[in-house]
Design a protein around this ligand. Structure first.
Ligand SMILES: O=C(CO)[C@H](O)[C@H](O)COP(=O)(O)O
Length: 226
């Protein structure tokens, strides 16, 4: 099975979890795109739901497929949030933010009764940290935050646009620093240290947030509980 097939399989499986009347959170990234497409197909067949999106791109995709996408102000509580991840470690500790949407993703996840993470098996790791940890920061705080992150040994690098000409801006018009920190021995401690830095808006460590991970691989979809 190719990675694309695995993403499509797990996206479809997650879409099958959605029931009539549910308030649904739409994640961001290529696996979430597969989920949103499968959900859109169900909506076109008559499923009645309302959704909140974790990025402008997911909102746009959802609406283009006929999904009613509203703001979190209009629908502050969500029943089921489906989103991908960049790394999944034991205990369902996650790194997210490869698609620069970690802030809105964490807000939507925190507004949801259930967060189901959807990944292909390449995302499973014994320890977090091989994937650079994204941190969303206020633009003017960049020198201050970079200095503190270097002192913590987290090796931040400003994320650039694809053409490399200018820094990438998130949907909230902030910068992303990708931290090449290697294995994160104590994610809770690292999360607390990052959070204590003035100018940090949010980090991509999602700890004790996902209830279930659906992992697609050669044997189909396997369910892991947190
Ligand atoms: O956190 C994210 C976006 O900010 C994504 O969920 C994460 O990057 C995984 O993306 P993909 O499904 O494309 O591998």
């Amino acid at each position: 099975m190719t990675q694309d097939d695995a993403k499509a399989l797990v996206g479809k499986r997650a879409a099958a979890m959605v029931e009539d009347g549910m308030r649904v959170g739409l994640g961001t990234g290529s696996t979430s795109v597969q989920f949103i497409k499968a959900l859109g197909a169900r909506v076109q067949q008559g499923l009645k739901i309302r959704a909140v999106a974790s990025s402008d791109s997911s909102a746009e995709l959802g609406r283009s497929l006929g999904i009613e996408v509203v703001s979190l102000e209009e629908m502050p509580e969500i029943d089921l949030y489906i989103d991908g991840a960049d790394e999944v470690a034991p205990g369902l500790a996650l790194i997210k933010g490869g698609g620069a949407a970690l802030l809105r993703e964490k807000i939507v996840a925190s507004s949801s009764k259930r967060f189901v993470c959807v990944v292909d098996e390449s995302k499973l790791v014994p320890h977090l940290g091989k994937f650079p940890l994204p941190i969303e920061i206020i633009k003017m705080a960049r020198p201050l935050v970079e200095d503190k992150l270097f002192k913590l040994g987290l090796n931040p690098m400003l994320r650039m646009q694809k053409d490399g000409a200018s820094p990438l801006l998130t949907d909230e018009q902030n910068y992303i620093l990708d931290c090449h920190c290697g294995v994160i021995e104590d994610p809770e401690k690292t999360a607390a240290e990052i959070r204590a830095i003035v100018g940090v808006v949010e980090h991509g460590l999602f700890l004790r947030m996902a209830e279930v991970a659906l992992v697609a691989g050669g044997n189909g979809v396997t369910e892991y509980n947190g």
